[in-house]
Design a binder for this molecule. Structure first.
Ligand code: OAD
Length: 303
């Protein structure tokens, strides 16, 4: 049977990639009609737009949207995509344009500190111009609503903090912060972002961005907290991550093993999808506010 490859959603339209000839086979198209609210397909080049997707939130998930549920959220680059921050993988991903081994390893920094520093200064400037989106903001509401809530992020962009989330477990550090490679002194933010070379610490050591590079250990306190809350939660959301970089990618698996109900929010299926209890396909900035609306409605009913 011919099945067009699923490639993602665009706005509220479910987008599939399909050989031009295959779409003419109406029986194949009908396979996809069952989930659709409205069927309205058109052919553009080799894309078929499969109509308007309706976000279905199951009874099982709804029943868990109460303040007493212990909730953990893990976010990745996808949650910041709608703010204009590039993701790492995928067609437009940073690792398609830049080589991580030249920019995101300690060896690269030591071999060419200027190049690595410039790349981080460039990303810092980019981040100064972006704002949190509706997905980040919805997670602030999650934190207010659920009594036991932990936000874990792989992102270094600081957008969760800008939105108003707090006590965030930052697994990969924070791009604003810097650290001396010799004495470990932390510099919360360096004012001179124009500096082309990494500045030196008072001790003479070179200052580097306080982010986790390839081959480096994650901050142990953050990792331990992440392991603990993930193994002990009841509801786990994996949002906007390709779930391929460990140990972060093992957190949803741990949660599932610990008995949590596992939800994935992503514009496309990932490595994790095969073990999730529910996949909410679409943009985080569209899906998360819908979940907030739901738990607000439910809590009003209870009053
Ligand atoms: P990736 O770039 O690997 O994955 C981003 C994910 O977000 C993909 O699965 C996209 O489908 C999804 N996505 C894109 N836009 C979205 C949207 N609007 N709503 C929901 N999902 C969306 O980024 P990460 O999984 O975060 O590590 O990558 C993990 C780590 O790899 C990063 O922290 C970084 C990188 O190398 C370090 O720098 C140490």
């Amino acid at each position: 049977m011919l099945r067009p490859d699923f490639i993602g959603t665009r706005n509220d339209v479910f987008l599939c990639h399909c050989e031009p000839k295959a779409w003419q086979s109406l029986t194949e198209i009908r396979v996809f009609q069952t989930n659709l609210k409205k069927l309205d397909f058109t052919l553009t080049n080799s894309y078929i737009l499969f109509g308007v997707m309706k976000l279905e939130i199951s009874e099982k998930l709804q029943s868990r949207l109460v303040p007493e549920t212990k909730v953990v959220v893990l976010t990745g680059a996808g949650i910041s995509a709608e703010s204009g921050v590039p993701t790492f993988r995928g067609k437009e991903g940073l690792w398609k344009k830049f080589r991580p081994e030249e920019l995101a390893t300690f060896e690269a920094f030591m071999a060419n500190p200027k190049l690595v520093w410039e790349w981080y200064q460039y990303r810092r400037k980019l981040l100064e111009q972006v704002k949190p989106n509706l997905g980040h903001k919805a997670l602030v509401d999650f934190q207010k609503f659920f009594k036991g809530f932990t936000l874990i992020t792989q992102n270094v962009d600081g957008l969760h903090q800008k939105a108003g989330s707090f006590d965030i477990v930052e697994l990969h550090g924070n791009i604003k912060r810097n650290r001396c490679i010799s004495c470990g002194k932390i510099f919360e933010s360096l004012k001179n972002l124009k500096e082309k070379n990494p500045p030196l610490c008072d001790c003479g050591g070179r200052i580097r961005p306080d982010v986790v590079w390839f081959g480096e250990m994650l901050p142990q306190d953050a990792l331990q907290k992440a392991f603990f809350v993930s193994s002990n939660c009841e509801l786990f959301f994996s949002i906007g991550t390709s779930a391929v970089v460990h140990p972060a990618a093992s957190l949803p698996i741990m949660a599932k093993r610990g008995g949590a109900y596992l939800i994935e929010v992503n514009i496309e299926p990932t490595e994790l999808s095969f073990i999730t209890d529910e996949k909410l396909l679409g943009k985080a900035g569209e899906i998360l506010p819908e979940i907030v609306k739901l738990f607000r409605k439910n809590s009003q009913k209870d009053m």
